[in-house]
Design a protein around this ligand. Structure first.
Ligand SMILES: Cc1cc2nc3c(=O)[nH]c(=O)nc-3n(C[C@H](O)[C@H](O)[C@H](O)COP(=O)(O)O)c2cc1C
Length: 182
C-alpha cells in the first residue's frame, strides 16, 4: 500500500483544487490517501524578523514530516493573480528555511484548475520551473480548465479530459510501483 499525500494549494473551504486533488488521488490503485487541508497551515506571514524573533513555526516541521512520510504527492495549485495563493507561497517560504529539500524527490502529480479557460496554466508553469530547485520530482501533470463546466457531481464530465487525467495518474502509479514503460 503506497502512502499518498494529496492537497489543493489553497486555504479555501470550498477549494476546487482540493476537489480535483482528492478526485485524482482516489484513482490511484493500492493507495492510502491522506488529504491535507492548507487551512491547517495558516502560518505567520514569513519575515526574516519574525524568524529571528520566534524561529520556524512548529507547523512547518509538521508539514515537512508529512511530505517525508509519503511515497507520492498529488498537488493541485490554485492560481491567484497568476501565481501561488498566499497560504501556499508562505508555507513554501517557511519550508525553505528548514532547507531546500521541500518535496524530497517524492514522485508528484502536479495539477491546477480554475474557473477560467486557462486552468491555472500560469501557476502550473511557475511551479514546473521552480519545484525542481526544491527537490520536486514532477512525474505527471494535468490542467483542468473551466472547472465548473467540466466537473460535475463528483466527476469529470468531458471524456477527453478524463482520459488525460487517468493517463497522468497512471504515470504516477508506474513510478510508484517501479514499472518502467518504453
Ligand atoms: C485574489 C484572487 C486572484 C485570482 N487570480 C486568478 C488568476 O490569476 N487566474 C485564474 O485562473 N483564476 C484566478 N482567480 C480565480 C481562482 O482561480 C478561483 O477563485 C479558484 O476557485 C481558486 O482555487 P481554489 O477554489 O482551489 O481556492 C483568482 C481568485 C482570487 C480570489
Amino acid at each position: 500500500m503506497k502512502k499518498i499525500i494529496a492537497f489543493g494549494a489553497s486555504s479555501s473551504s470550498a477549494s476546487i483544487n482540493k476537489t480535483l486533488a482528492v478526485y485524482a488521488a482516489s484513482k490511484i490503485e493500492n493507495a492510502e490517501v491522506t488529504v491535507v487541508d492548507l487551512a491547517d497551515y495558516m502560518l505567520p506571514l514569513f519575515s526574516v524578523d519574525v524568524e529571528q524573533r520566534s524561529g520556524i513555526p512548529e507547523g512547518v516541521y509538521r508539514f515537512s514530516e508529512l511530505i517525508e512520510s509519503a511515497d507520492g504527492l498529488v498537488i493541485s495549485l490554485a492560481e491567484h493573480n497568476g501565481s501561488y495563493t498566499a497560504v501556499f507561497k508562505n508555507l513554501i517560504d517557511w519550508l525553505t528555511r528548514i532547507d531546500m529539500n521541500v518535496w524530497k524527490e517524492k514522485p508528484m502529480l502536479l495539477m491546477a484548475t480554475s474557473p477560467g479557460g486557462r486552468g491555472g496554466a500560469t501557476v502550473l508553469a511557475a511551479a514546473k520551473s521552480f519545484f525542481p530547485f526544491m527537490n520536486g520530482n514532477i512525474v505527471a501533470e494535468f490542467s483542468l480548465p473551466s472547472f465548473y463546466e467540466n466537473f460535475s457531481e463528483g466527476a469529470l464530465v468531458d471524456q477527453e479530459l478524463e482520459k488525460q487525467l487517468v493517463d497522468s495518474v497512471g504515470e504516477l502509479e508506474r513510478v510508484l510501483t517501479g514499472v518502467v514503460v518504453d
